[in-house]
Write a protein that binds this ligand. Structure first.
Ligand code: ADP
Ligand code: MG
Length: 485
């Protein structure tokens, strides 16, 4: 675990009397851009964010990976500057590092050569206490966080959960007004995380620790946000925009098994689902389960849904990082559960995080295999047809499906245009970085190749680092002789 306290050499300034009603931290119309890959056009990561951290609240910022959550935290901490808009602390523009907050990060960042006690002491630098006071503060923090007796241990002697506690203790002794946490529990095992979450809530409720007013939690874990936060803000991706604010009225201590808790989790799930898998306008081809069944392997009239109707057909859409087997697995579950399953039940059923589940569903939806009315995942006629088909026919169908995607159209066009049908992977990586600056090109490339291979469209020679067209990909009536490039 790790924590990093934002250190500075001076104590935090007194708050002017007239600023006491202003939010502790406020982002006003903040946008953030980074210069594009290879000097390309700037990429907008955050767009017109309005967000404040209020006195006495536990605010959770919930969003998918890459949506800009950490960037928001860094803006609040004064560790990076807004491209547009203003960052205010108690109503005044923040200049430099925000000394009123401390950050707990997910990654382990304790000093390995310092003992527990000395690691916590690092958080005291800006408070200028004498040795005796320091000792008292450290003891108090360690006791609070359940580490008494480990003062002289070194990080490597501690479990992940205990290291995390050291991180918390270090952040706490700095007496931050706002304790910021960036996915602080995600590197821990389930039970340890549960335990520490409860402790964080107790800490904030007890508010005995001088100065701590509010907590700002960045997370992608819905249940965690509902367990901890008094207010939940949902951010969408590409660029990051604040979409939904949900006030959490549940009394503490919160019971994760209560009906109210589960209802709120559902509400947040639904809000996120609506963002990531929006219901399409009326013309969407939603084939109802009643229209098709496993016994009816009828060729679909339309195949995968045409993107062109959306009016932004020229846009290159990224593909979610979902292996073909997982997509097929999803279809099998749908078959099993009578053609339709609620997306939350699906997440529980496959035992994956909600974000991951959504990525798989999104992939299947882009391929026209499923549809997602409301929070349901429904097999399309094309999905049934695909599932019922033998492996070679599946590949042909998969090929038709991916070729509806701009990314694959571009990939194959590029290979077609190359004199020997071979293109260096580095070139693709660069182009992907330019086309889809929000994605990690290597990951996207991997998925692209995996899907392309399954579809017998393209292949990749790892040694030569070259992508090339699959030999039999031109013929539609392929007998699919064993694919050996
Ligand atoms: P999150 O914490 O929600 O996963 P981040 O705030 O870390 O998201 O990143 C949001 C987006 O900004 C990502 O697409 C990421 O690649 C991009 N990004 C973050 N920091 C930088 C940087 N220093 N330069 C360029 N792009 C960045
Ligand atoms: Mg992050």
């Amino acid at each position: 675990m790790s924590v990093e306290t934002v250190l500075a050499d001076r104590p935090a300034p007194e708050v002017p009397r007239d600023a006491r009603s202003a939010p502790l931290i406020e982002l006003r119309h903040v946008s953030k851009s980074y210069s594009g890959a290879g000097g390309g056009a700037p990429v907008t990561v955050l767009d017109d964010i309005n967000l404040d951290v209020r006195d006495g609240e536990m605010l959770a910022l919930l969003g998918q990976s890459g949506s800009g959550k950490s960037t928001i935290l860094r803006l609040m901490a004064g560790l990076t500057e807004a491209s547009q808009g203003a960052v205010l602390s108690h109503g005044s523009p923040l200049s430099g590092v925000n000394r009123r907050l401390a950050i707990v990060f997910q990654s382990f960042a304790l000093y390995p050569w310092l003992t527990v006690q000395e690691n916590v002491q690092v958080g005291l630098i800006q408070r200028r206490l004498d040795t005796r006071q320091e000792k008292e503060e450290i003891d108090r923090a360690l006791e609070l966080i359940g580490l008494t007796g480990y003062e002289n241990a070194y990080p490597k002697q501690l479990s992940g959960g205990m290291r995390q506690r050291v991180g918390f203790a270090r952040a706490l002794v700095a007496q931050p007004e706002v304790l910021c946490m960036d996915e602080p529990f995600s590197a821990l095992d389930v039970l340890t995380a549960e335990n520490l979450r409860t402790q964080v809530v107790d800490l904030w409720r007890g508010s005995g620790h001088a100065g701590l007013k509010s907590i700002f939690l960045v997370t992608h874990n819905i249940a965690e946000a509902v367990f901890i936060a008094t207010r939940i803000v949902i951010i969408s991706s590409h660029p990051g925009r604040l979409r939904t604010v949900i006030v959490n009225p549940l009394p503490y201590p919160r019971d994760v098994n209560s009906r109210q808790f589960m209802a709120l989790v559902d509400q947040v799930h639904a809000a996120i689902t609506a963002l990531v898998l929006p219901d399409e306008p009326s013309d969407a081809v939603a084939v109802r389960p009643a229209d098709a069944g496993p016994g009816r392997a009828v060729a679909p009239a339309e195949g995968p849904r045409e993107e062109a109707t959306s009016g932004i057909s020229a846009r290159v859409e990224t593909i979610p990082n979902a292996p073909v087997e997982t997509i097929v697995g999803l279809l099998e579950i749908l078959e099993d559960s009578q053609e339709t399953i609620n997306v939350f039940d699906l997440s529980a059923r496959i035992g994956r995080e909600f974000g991951e589940t959504i990525a798989i569903v999104k992939a299947a939806e882009m391929l026209g295999l499923v549809d997602t009315p409301k929070d349901d995942v429904v097999m399309t006629q094309f999905g049934w047809y695909f599932l019922a088909a033998p492996e070679t026919a599946r590949k042909t169908l998969f090929r038709q499906a991916v070729m509806k995607l701009r990314l694959f159209q571009m990939l194959t066009a590029r290979l077609d245009a190359a004199p020997d049908g071979r293109v260096d992977a580095g070139i693709f990586l660069e182009e992907l970085g330019t086309l889809l600056p929000y994605d990690q090109p290597p990951k996207l490339f991997q998925t692209l190749i995996a899907w392309g291979r399954y579809a017998e469209l393209v292949d990749f020679d790892q040694n030569a680092n070259v992508v090339y067209l699959h030999e039999a990909s031109e013929s539609d009536d392929d007998e699919a002789g064993e694919a050996s490039p």
